[in-house]
Each structure stands twice: as C-alpha cells, then as structure tokens.
Design a protein around this ligand. Structure first.
Ligand code: NOJ
Ligand code: CA
Length: 555
C-alpha cells in the first residue's frame, strides 16, 4: 500500500503554517504503525508554488519552505529503516517560469537553442497577436502565453497547465539529457521510484494542429481523446524505455529496484496498457476506481476490466480512491451522484472530455459518505495489486467544501471562470491532535489553508484509541493485508451466491470479501468468520454500505 504525502499539508515541524520534510520525518512512526509499505511524496522541489509545487525551478533540491536536501536524505533513510519505500514525483512535462532554463530562453530570443528547450511559436494574425493555435489549457484559458520582451510583445510559449508552467520540448535531446541527470540524482540518493506527472502528455504533435472546440470553454479541447495532439504521442515509448533502462541499471548493479508509476489518463484501457508493456513503465494509476459510482454493477465491471486488461501485459493493477486532485472520497460518496457508471467497455464516452469537475455542487451527507468510504477502503485493500491512499483518507476526512474563496490558492479555481472550486478543499492541512486549529499540524501557527471545526473529532489522536474509528479500521485492515497469504498480488474469483447489488469475491487461501451495496442486510456465507468489518453487523447480518473481510471455512 502506497501512502501519498502532499508535503504542504502533512505536518508542519517548524510551525510556519506550511508542512515540511522534518514534519514528514516526525510522522514516519505513524506511517509504520498505520501499516504502509511505501510513500509517494508530491513535489518537494524549489518552486514559486503557482501550482502547489508542480511548477519546479530546480529538480535537484528541496524548497526552502520544506527544508533541505539533508532533511530529504534523512527522510529517505528513516523510511527505509522502517521498511517503507520512497517514491517521489517527477514533473517532466513542464517546469516553472522561474526555472533558469526558461529564463535563459526568454532572454535568448526566437530561434535560439535556449528556446528549443520549450515550445515557443510565432503568433497568428497580421501582427502575431493571436495564439499559434486554438489549444485550451487544462486549467482554463488559452494554452499559450505571449512573451513580452524589451522591445514589446513577441513569440508565444505553450503551457498545458498554468502560464507559470511552461512545457518542456521532449523531442529535444537536451531535455532528455537534463531529466536523465534528475532521475539519476534521486535514484543515487536512494529514492526507490518515481511517480511520473502527466506521463502521457510530454510530446506534442508536430505543427501543433488545432483540436475540436470544447463548448464549455470556446477553446480547443484540452482533455484526453484518442488522437489528441498532445496526449499519448508515439514518441513516448522511446522515452519510457530509456527511463526504464536507467532504473534497471540500479537493480543490475545490485543497488535495489527502482520503479516508475505513470500518472496517465490515456484511454481506452488497451492504449494505456501499452505504457506497462515489458520494458516500459512498471505500473500506471488506475483512475477508474476513483471515478466509478458506488454501485455494485459498475464497480464489478470496473474491477473486471482492469484486472483483465492488466493480465494481458502481466503488470499489476493499481487502485486509487483519492488524491490531491479530486474531491475527497467521503464527500464524493455522500453526494446523490457518487461517480460515473461503468460497463466492461469503461465509463460513458462524454466523460473523457471533462477534466475540471472536481467539485459537484450537490448537497453532501458526510455520514453516509464516510460509511461508504470505509466500505470502499476495505474493497480497495482486498483487491489484487498496489493500493494508493491519499493522506487523510485513513482519518475519513471530508472535502472542505466551504473554504472562503479568499483562502483558495489552486490556479484551476482562478482560471476556470467559476466552473470549478478547484482542489484546495482536499488539501487542507491534516489534524493530528488537539481540539482547536492548527490541530497539531504545527504548534500554533495558522496553516496555509484554514481547517474546519470538524477536524477536532477527526484528528489522529482522537481516533487512535477508538475501536470504531476510521484510523483503527485502516490499521486493522493494513495489518491483515500485510500478513494474509491471500492478499497482495494474485487473483480473485467472483462468487455468485448473492443478488446483483452485493459484490462477493474470494481469494486463495481462504479469504472472502463481501460488499453489500443493496438496500437490505445480507447473511454471511455459511461457516465464514469476520476478520474486519467496515461497520458493525446487525443481528449477525451485513448491513447496507458495509464491507466485511472473511475467513472462509475450509472444505
Ligand atoms: C497532475 C498533478 O497531480 C496535479 O496536481 C498538477 O496540477 C498537474 N499534474 C500539473 O502538474
Ligand atoms: Ca513548516
């Protein structure tokens, strides 16, 4: 199980309101006690924080607000001492406008090798005052920004995300070489793997062809569709094989395995599976689970299509319920609509064109959402393959939906013209202890986003001794998962002894998982004993929105 740390919001050791690496070091024992095998750390690099650190000015250092390289080394060593592997974020699609290479490109002028490191192009219209093409940015607005030099407006540069995040030009060998050094820098320091940001977007089609107009924005569609000129271009394969060779070189020298996990939204699933072909990346996130509705038929179809597709390439399926980019799982499942329907062919086609619906303006029942989130956690952790848990899921934190707009920092909020509240609501600093802000995040400094009163009862300290808490449920489930011979990799078999609204599968040896999403309680399979339950049984029966892990009677 991989635990995602979003450093700004995890723990603030020096009490300046911003999470830091020393705070991460302080919490290593918490992670070990939780039962985590690995952590993934979202970007900790020097950054102006225009996109929470996904705008990098130096890929080989630590942001001063987070600490120092020595702190990072200490974190890696401390994690390893506790048996935890460390993955960090690699952000190869774009840098920061403050990156020295981009500053040099601005200064060097059109046609220079410095500009070839990025995507600079002349504007259109008689005076070049219109962007080179119609592309829209994933955060809203055009994907091109015009450079204003000493002698006035001149070329434009490409940014898939915010204007502060210029895209690298991956067909330039100098960019490949720059990132080779970055990858080796961290692997040499003992980092075990890289989560590759925007892994399917690095290469842009030659000539920057227009995309069809998105009716929501009036600009060219930015989100993935098959044939889109910046998603899943054929040149990605060579880049991935090259990175894999670098990583495998460490294992070859007996320095330990180094792995890659792709953040990619490429569809259909068969196309995404090419990313994990032999000799390419080890795993890729499976976002289907994150988007799937809380409905038995959809969940079963979503699980089956992912297991079957991954089996064709022999790569493990990952499972993702939440991350720093989407509404927290408790809140999603507390809405009247809990996600997308799925069939064996995937989600509905129109879904592929939408990116920024992080926030659905529907009422939320957090109690119902938490009940389902607990049931979903046991489902996720019972499935074959690595599970990703975003910090705070183990505390059952809801999305903070009522953050004042004045506190928000996410560029997608500012650039989307009100179409989304953005992602700040899932990034509110964690509650560790105490009953008033900052709830043990720091000692008394107010955190960079305000925490809600409900954090008092959801803090780790409030939950740790409570047998019914979400933290206790996660610790129990992860302890079982860590030792049970049926869990981890392997296969599952669906049992068809229940009606359609109940998911029931077994795994060898002797393990069963039952998820009741029907409106009525159901009986346990005969002879089964409950190992972990997401909610108490009622008269010996499994109530609605409850998952149980079972030890099955041997025949
Ligand atoms: C995906 C990251 O998870 C997200 O937080 C970020 O804004 C974009 N990539 C751009 O780096
Ligand atoms: Ca701090």
């Amino acid at each position: 199980m991989v635990y995602q740390i979003y450093p700004r919001s995890f723990a603030d050791a020096n009490n300046d309101g911003i999470g830091d690496v020393r705070g991460m070091i302080d919490k290593l024992d918490y992670l070990k006690d939780l039962g985590v095998n690995a952590v993934w750390v979202s970007p900790w690099y020097p950054s102006p924080m225009a996109d929470g650190g996904y705008d990098v000015t130096d890929y080989c250092d630590i942001d001063a607000s987070f600490g120092t390289l020595a702190d990072a080394d200490e974190f890696v060593v401390g994690a390893h001492e506790r048996g935890l592997r460390v993955l960090i974020d690699l952000v190869p699609n774009h840098s920061s406008e403050a990156h020295p290479a981009f500053r040099a490109a601005l200064g060097a002028g059109p046609g220079s090798p410095e500009r070839e490191m990025f995507h600079f192009a002349d504007g259109t219209g008689s005076d070049g005052s219109r962007p080179p093409n119609n592309w829209g940015s994933l955060f809203g607005g055009p994907a091109w920004e015009r450079v204003v030099g000493p002698s006035g407006p001149e070329q434009w540069y490409l940014h898939m995300f915010a204007p502060e995040q210029p895209d690298w030009n991956w067909v330039n060998p100098a960019v490949v070489a720059l990132f080779d050094d970055v990858i080796r820098f961290w692997f040499d320091r003992g980092v075990d793997g890289l989560r590759v940001d925007v892994a399917d977007g690095l290469v842009k089609a030659t000539g920057y062809p227009d995309t069809p107009i998105d009716p929501d924005t009036g600009l060219g569609i930015a989100s993935f569709y098959p044939g889109h000129p910046w998603w899943n271009q054929p040149e990605l394969e060579a880049i991935q094989r090259h990175w894999r060779e670098i990583g495998d070189g460490y294992a070859d020298r007996h320095l330990g395995e180094r792995i890659f996990v792709c953040e990619a939204n490429t569809k259909p699933l068969d196309a995404l599976m090419r990313f994990v072909d032999a000799g390419r990346m080890h795993t890729t996130f499976n976002f289907d689970m994150l988007w799937c509705e809380w409905e038995a038929g959809s969940l079963r179809a979503m699980i089956d299509r992912n297991l079957v597709s991954h089996a064709t390439v022999g790569a493990p399926t990952t499972w993702v319920l939440g991350n720093h980019d989407c509404t927290r799982v408790v809140t999603r499942y507390g809405k009247p609509e809990t996600g997308r329907p799925f069939t064996l062919d995937g989600p509905p086609a129109e879904w592929q064109y939408r990116f920024a619906d992080y926030f659905t303006p529907m009422p939320t029942d957090n109690e119902l959402g938490r009940r389902r989130a607990r049931a979903a956690a046991l489902l996720e952790l019972a499935l074959p393959g690595p599970a990703y848990i975003y910090q705070g899921e183990e505390l059952g934190l809801p999305e903070v939906e009522d953050l004042p707009d004045a506190a928000r920092q996410d560029p997608s909020f500012f650039r989307a013209g009100g179409r989304t509240k953005g992602r700040d609501g899932c990034r509110v600093p964690l509650p560790w202890s105490a009953t008033t802000p900052p709830y043990g995040f720091g000692t008394d400094a107010q955190p960079w986003l305000p925490q809600p009163p409900v954090w008092a009862e959801l803090s780790a300290a409030a939950q740790v001794g409570d047998a019914d808490s979400t933290l206790t449920l996660y610790r129990r489930a992860l302890a079982v998962r860590g030792t049970h011979p049926a869990l981890g990799d392997g296969a599952l078999a669906w049992g068809d002894t229940y009606p359609g609204k109940v998911l029931y599968f077994t795994r060898e040896p002797g393990f069963g998982c039952l998820v009741n999403i029907s409106g009525a309680p159901v009986d346990l399979p005969s002879g089964a004993e409950v190992v972990v339950a997401s909610a108490p049984l009622v008269d010996g029966r499994v109530p609605t929105d409850t998952t149980v892990w079972l030890t099955l009677a041997s025949d």
